[in-house]
Design a protein. Structure first.
Length: 206
């Protein structure tokens, strides 16, 4: 069994912000729903919906707590919230690049760490906006391969063109973002219809 040389985890502040945002959204919404439900003897169905939402949030939080990147004496492994664990043998890594990129309109740059094979194909990537810089430096130092810091920031489009295989399955896909937004709106509308019908409200046109 390989021993872990180093294990790093994402910025804890990201998780704290996500939890606080989730609670800030849920408290007023369900506060109002429970207030109406108590006057209509409909606490149970609202509680069921609330429990489902909390379970989904807890599932995402649990997944977040499992996100990490690990260097052992034989492998580099890592996973994301919505991506499976990737395992790369150290013998397959030719080099590591640290590339500065512009993400969105912000003038600040984000470091992209990519591990490549002998053909220049990306085997492993980490986005610096999710990790502390000192953790990335420690992880790079634990890898027994050359490290190159690429000069000059790139746009994300330039980065994807320059380093094939670096795109995550959910990146650079406008259609996927639109579909996810539509699914979210449909789910929200479904919850609204369900709760309002249980509470005895009528929605015009429905």
């Amino acid at each position: 069994m390989s021993a872990d040389l180093i294990t790093i985890r994402p910025r804890r502040s990201l998780m704290v912000t996500a939890v606080l945002s989730f609670l800030a959204a849920m408290v007023p919404i369900f506060g109002v729903l429970y207030w109406f439900a108590s006057a209509r003897d409909a606490i149970v169905p609202v509680s069921v919906v609330h429990a489902i939402v909390l379970a989904i949030g807890a599932g995402v939080l649990l997944r977040q707590l499992q996100v990490r990147a690990v260097v052992t004496d034989t492998q580099l492994t890592g996973n994301g919230i919505f991506s499976p664990t990737i395992r790369v043998d150290l013998d397959d890594i030719e080099d590591v690049l640290l590339v500065e990129t512009h993400v969105g309109p912000s003038p600040d740059t984000v470091t992209q760490l990519i591990a490549r094979d002998v053909d220049g194909h990306t085997l492993f990537r980490m986005r610096g906006n999710f990790w502390h810089e000192h953790d990335l430096e420690a992880l790079v130092a634990a890898l027994p391969v050359p490290v190159t810091r690429v000069a000059g920031p790139l746009s994300m489009a330039e980065f994807f063109d320059e380093y094939p295989g670096s795109v995550y399955w959910f990146e650079n896909r406008p259609g996927l973002k639109a579909a996810a937004a539509a699914a979210g709106l449909i789910a929200l509308a479904g919850v609204i219809v369900l709760v309002t019908s249980v509470l005895g409200f009528s929605i015009p046109g429905m």
